[in-house]
Design a protein around this ligand. Structure first.
Ligand SMILES: [Zn+2]
Length: 296
């Protein structure tokens, strides 16, 4: 498979919802754009993978879900926004904190994220005011925090296994995982069997590195007793554009625009950098003049 994708499935007569995802290339792209050190790659990679899984629960392609972790760790605020059609972008407060990245032979994600703070989930489903839920961070390992949110805020018992494997050279070898949700009505024996299987599963990146597909991860959990409802490509996506950059400048007001014209005369315009994808836009002097005129 040359691109990342997720699968959405159902089991036990619709009482169990399941998703599995390979987001390796998405996380590599996030790492490249934000120039993150490995432990921060793992943190934003897990959060973005989680956002894609949450995004798979949205009903419309233009609906948005944003996961934001404000922890007390040196990576600062982490944010990932996914839409309902498999696009995700991410933001990192501090991509290169000066910290020990490894503890007990593993990337110390909670050391970068922090173990105190909040996880906020915002859903914009086109109804005007987005809905928001906030919970305390439980571990700073991201996956556990997201599962805790789903249980506490949405009352859905969920098992979430997500991981990012970073190579010695900083590149991403594997990223992805699974989400299994027990809906009201699932019987105790089925729930216990699923929990036991998940407890014994290898780490998500171990499965992906062994070449297993999202479908095969679900096969491990459910055997043949599940139905795949959808396979969906996932990718890095930022909706920024030159047009949006110009509108952002307009928000700054007349004085700021006059200053940008003065400072930008030699360079032919003003540079706007999208903080979500690090794309650079040059807003021309002509456009700046037009924006200034709109204030008069
Ligand atoms: Zn952008």
């Amino acid at each position: 498979m040359s691109s990342d994708y997720l699968v959405r499935a159902t089991a036990h007569g619709g009482l169990v919802r399941a998703f599995a995802i390979d987001a390796t290339r998405v996380v590599e792209e996030l790492k490249r754009r934000h120039d993150t050190i490995p432990v921060v790659t793992a943190a934003i990679g897990r959060l973005s993978t989680g956002a894609l899984l949450f995004g798979a629960m949205l009903k419309e392609s233009d609906h948005l879900v944003t996961l934001q972790i404000q922890g007390d760790g040196p990576a600062g605020t982490l944010l990932a926004t996914a839409n309902g059609s498999g696009g995700v972008r991410g933001l990192v407060g501090n991509p290169q904190p000066d910290i020990d990245q490894v503890r007990n032979g593993k990337l110390d994600v909670s050391g970068a994220v922090g173990t105190n703070g909040t996880l906020t989930v915002t859903k914009d489903v086109g109804l005007g005011k987005p809905s928001t839920g906030t919970v305390e961070i439980v571990s700073g390992e991201v996956g556990e925090d997201l599962a805790h949110y789903l249980l506490r805020s949405e009352q859905i018992p969920s098992a979430l296994g997500i991981g990012v494997f970073v190579n010695a050279d900083g590149s991403v070898e594997a990223a992805g995982g699974y989400l299994v949700q027990l809906l009201p009505g699932v019987n105790d024996a089925d729930a216990e069997r699923i929990e036991n299987v998940i407890r014994d599963l290898p780490h998500p990146t171990a499965m992906l590195r062994a070449g297993e597909s999202p479908e095969q991860i679900l096969d491990r959990i459910f055997g043949t007793d599940h139905q795949v409802l959808e396979q969906r490509d996932v990718r890095f996506h930022c909706p920024c554009s030159l047009d949006r950059a110009e509108r952002a400048i307009m928000m700054l007001g007349a004085d700021a625009v006059a200053e940008m014209i003065e400072e930008g005369t030699a360079r032919g315009g003003a540079e706007v950098i999208c903080e979500f994808c690090t794309e650079r836009y040059l807003v021309s002097l002509e456009s700046l003049a037009r924006i200034r005129e709109s204030f008069e």
